[in-house]
Design a protein around this ligand. Structure first.
Ligand SMILES: [Zn+2]
Length: 315
């Protein structure tokens, strides 16, 4: 099989039933974990609905047939996500508290002193945090130790909604610390930080979807937003291509700073994803994934990551 999009399977009651189970089961787990960790379900309800929508989209209209065993991949990716909720949400609360105490100690923040309109303040915060994260994402690809942590996300051999959950808890922690700087410097109010957190989490589901927007919508969206097709190029198995399309929400940062790439050198609508030096046997499974930042993978020892070799290995 090549990496071209898979064709729709014939419609049957069994397929509908199987796909419904595929959609509902992870959503039930997702809701249970959110319920266990977040008492304020109202804040996460939009995320949950969006998660279900994206999951339904990619299950009913997948761009590419998944290669790896989902019963190995999904628990590993889910574990990364649950650990990030445990660590990241606590750090997120700490950020809000620090920002509030800073404002109490040093008077109101610059943003709230300068602007009255809460919607405008929220938009400014979202733009500032998005470009701030763009630079951090570039750093994660350029600094060896940061790459060891970030490659956990990139090492996923398949690309779907759960890839967007697959961030090592170290990454969640250092990203939260990095985002603290502009939040404190500008005195970002809690409601803007909350809005940004919800936006970036839901955007992560969308941009990692194993699906594709209709061509006309894709062309329009690419002026402003990161689309699943653009972000898939960032996950391409061809090493130089992971140095493009770093943006999280707004693609214009890549256009502005010269890291925009509209198509992969790989043929087909769905370029193969993964990290070349990390073999398939080490890129899935909960323990392998958790310990990956501490492992050494010599670049020369590769690899079944090369598109040529992986193409041959596909049946
Ligand atoms: Zn990356």
């Amino acid at each position: 099989m090549s990496s071209t999009p898979q064709t729709q399977q014939p419609f049957s009651a069994a397929i509908v039933l199987a796909r419904s189970a595929q959609i509902l089961l992870p959503c039930a787990v997702f809701a249970a974990v959110l319920w266990a960790f977040d008492t304020e379900m109202i804040y996460v309800l939009p995320m949950l609905l969006f998660f279900i929508a994206v999951f339904a989209w990619e299950i009913l209209s997948p761009l590419q047939a998944l290669q790896m065993n989902v019963w190995q991949r999904w628990p590993a990716n889910g574990l990364m996500w649950a650990l990030n909720i445990l660590i990241g949400s606590k750090l997120g609360q700490a950020i809000v508290l620090l920002a509030v105490s800073y404002q109490v100690s040093y008077g109101s923040g610059w943003l709230t002193d300068t602007f009255d309109n809460q919607i405008l303040i929220t938009l400014i915060c979202i733009l500032v945090l998005d470009v701030w994260h763009y630079f951090f994402h570039r750093l994660m690809h350029h600094w060896a130790w940061l790459w060891r942590i970030h490659r956990v996300h990139h090492s996923d051999r398949d690309f779907d909604l759960t890839t967007g959950l697959r961030f090592h808890p170290f990454e969640g922690a250092i990203t939260t610390a990095w985002m603290l700087a502009p939040a404190l410097a500008l005195g970002m109010p809690w409601y803007a930080l909350m809005a940004n957190a919800l936006l970036t989490l839901t955007v992560d589901y969308f941009t990692h979807a194993n699906a594709q927007l209709p061509p006309r919508l894709e062309r329009l969206a690419r002026y402003l937003f990161v689309t699943p097709s653009l972000h898939r190029i960032h996950h391409s198995v061809l090493a130089p291509e992971d140095r493009y399309n770093y943006s999280t929400t707004f693609i214009f940062w890549d256009r502005l700073f010269g890291t925009y790439k509209s198509r992969s050198a790989q043929k087909g609508a769905a370029p193969l994803t993964g990290v070349e030096e990390i073999p398939a046997t080490r890129s899935s499974g909960s323990i392998h994934t958790l310990l990956m930042p501490f492992n050494h993978f010599p670049a020369t020892s590769a690899s079944d990551r090369s598109p040529k070799k992986r193409k041959r290995s596909q049946k």
